[in-house]
Design a protein around this ligand. Structure first.
Ligand code: MLT
Length: 302
């Protein structure tokens, strides 16, 4: 019988797959397998019994991959399992950046005691007028599971979509709408687009890619969205660009204190994958991967 440990709460439907056969343990020391969401594992000591870690999510930058490779610990992730949840929040982010829904809701709360709230709202609403996303250019950097879904959804919303990815997989290429313009360079995205959304992993080659030079190339009043990883964007450069008004809105799913209070920033506490459906999908995929490895030695999504 194997022991497993959860470092974060993982959806019950995934645990049920495990609980049929294995023992959940409170101690990480005697675990054969760990299920984790986004808890940072870099400072953890790994026991000799640990055979595998499954990340219920796509990004594995919370896991010390080199240490795992040294110790022969197999690391799994769940690519695509939460892609729809993230896609929906990216689209919501674009809409929030274009329509002052948040300002409008705050206004109603402040004026809820007004005897004639509807009349007061009629006067106030001009201040909350926005713009539409239909007909605007959207640049999608990274055409993996999430980037493809965002790009296709934006086509359906009437946006003029540019995609950039030097390594598009065959799977992604098949799924991409034919109406997407393939940019030859990332600079083309920076120069052409009104909205830019990043969907690449955190690698040495991508960290800080949205820096002063990249922002310099962008259009005035551009909207930038980052639901991928915080380190992709140079925080200082983004704060400056928001303060100067070069970037109209920066929508990010990473709550970084330096940016949270800056005018024009919309900061979400990492909720992209926080839907019942995404959490269930990730938990099931992660639990199945671990079981298949522990019982049959099969390795998928490692
Ligand atoms: C991911 O990498 O897929 C997300 O960070 C998932 C999560 O919110 O745990």
């Amino acid at each position: 019988m194997y022991n497993y440990h959860c470092l974060n709460p993982i959806a019950q439907i995934g645990l049920d797959i495990f609980n049929e056969a294995y023992q959940k343990t409170d101690a990480v020391d005697n675990a054969d397998a760990i299920l984790v969401r986004s808890a940072a594992m870099h400072d953890m000591e790994f026991s000799t019994s640990l055979k595998a870690i499954a990340r219920a999510g796509a990004g594995v930058n919370n896991i010390p991959l080199d240490k795992c490779a040294e110790k022969g610990i197999v690391v799994f992730n769940t690519p695509g399992a939460n892609a729809n949840g993230v896609k929906e929040l990216v689209i919501a982010g674009m809409l929030l950046a274009s329509r002052d829904v948040i300002g409008g809701i705050d206004w109603v709360k402040e004026h809820e005691a007004d005897a004639d709230l509807a009349k007061a709202a009629e006067k106030a609403k001009k201040a909350f007028a926005g713009t539409e996303i239909q007909g605007k250019k959207l640049g999608v950097i990274g055409l993996g599971a999430i980037g493809v879904l965002v790009a296709n959804a934006a086509v359906h919303l009437g946006m003029d979509v540019y995609g950039y990815d030097p390594y598009v997989s065959v799977d992604s290429a098949w799924k991409l709408s034919r109406n997407i313009h393939h940019a030859k360079t990332v600079d083309e995205i920076y120069k052409e687009c009104d909205y830019i959304t990043i969907h690449v992993p955190a690698l040495d080659s991508t960290k800080g890619m949205i820096n002063r030079d990249a922002i310099q190339l962008m259009k005035e009043n551009v909207v930038v969205l980052n639901f991928a990883r915080d380190v992709l964007v140079d925080t200082g450069a983004m704060v400056e660009a928001l303060e100067e008004g070069k970037v109209r809105r920066y929508v990010t799913d990473f709550p970084i204190p330096e940016i949270a209070g800056v005018k024009g920033a919309i900061v979400i506490p990492h909720l992209g994958a926080s839907t019942e459906e995404s959490e269930d999908n990730c938990a099931v995929m992660a639990a199945k991967e671990l079981r298949d490895y522990l019982e049959n030695g099969n390795i998928t999504h490692s």
